[in-house]
Design a protein around this ligand. Sequence first.
Ligand code: GYE
Length: 319
Amino acid sequence: MKRRTVLVAMAAAPLSAMLPLPAFAQKPIVLGFAQVGAESEWRTANTESIKSSAKDAGIDLKFSDAQQKQENQIKAIRSYIAQKVDVIAFSPVVETGWDTVLVEAKNAKIPVVLTDRAISSKDDTLYVTFIGSDFTEEGRKAGRWLVEKEKGNPGPVNIVELQGTVGSAPAIDRKKGFEEIIKSDPKFKIIRSQTGDFTRAKGKEVMEAFLKAEGKKINVLYAHNDDMAIGAIQAIEEAGMKPGKDIIIISVDGVKGAFEAMMAGKLNVSVECSPLLGPQLMSVVKDIKAGKSVPKRIVTQESIFPMEVAAKEFPNRKY
Ligand code: GYE
């Protein structure tokens, strides 16, 4: 009985292989993705996640890098509309200024998915869903960690802040969430705050300026991402101070570089922000094409890693 089943299956296989494939199987879904750039370790991991998961899902990915410029992203989106891709996805570099191009996509009946960063628009019909982190909560986690750390210290606690890209959702929200928590105690003071554009080079440059202006008055650095913190660590060392000790350093992302800095005792804590959004994006793209309804907001689950757990966690890190 068993043998017969096997034989039938074997006989059926070559027959079906000879039949022409149904039309839907021949045409993969085409996804146009307009990436922000390659500004950080986070972004590199995000790009890799999107490319590899598109491949695994059999989705034909058209990918472009906007080098942190909104006009380049708009151009890329327009070219995806012209190419009549099935779905457009992008991580908006800044929050505002998207309505015109997204109305064009809507008129062309191409669904749009936001990943990683949100837009600020009155019209929420311009996109199907937003997949990404809760940046305000990340800022709050950073703030709560500091409040706990400085318990019993009468202050003042002088903080310098390295902001992300001006006008970007993570820069706006990480600032907001952090301030919301530290304002509960007037001993916390943000004495300087400037953008480092999410890059190591700018993080270093701006930290040098902070050190020049404020010197030993600085107790804490809050950087909106790990790369800027890593750049700032260099500046602090070059100024003859000990990062992680003379200046407490808090950052966001949880990339491998941050774990290395924590294991070396130079970074005190990194709030996790996962860049591995590719698999979720691909499954949403498939659902959209299949006519299924998808939730308007898909929030990434995240944690926080103080330096004390860095060595134990490091082998588990995927980005
Ligand atoms: O934190 C930063 C990157 O949008 C969440 O962009 C992302 C941020 C991330 O350049 O490292």
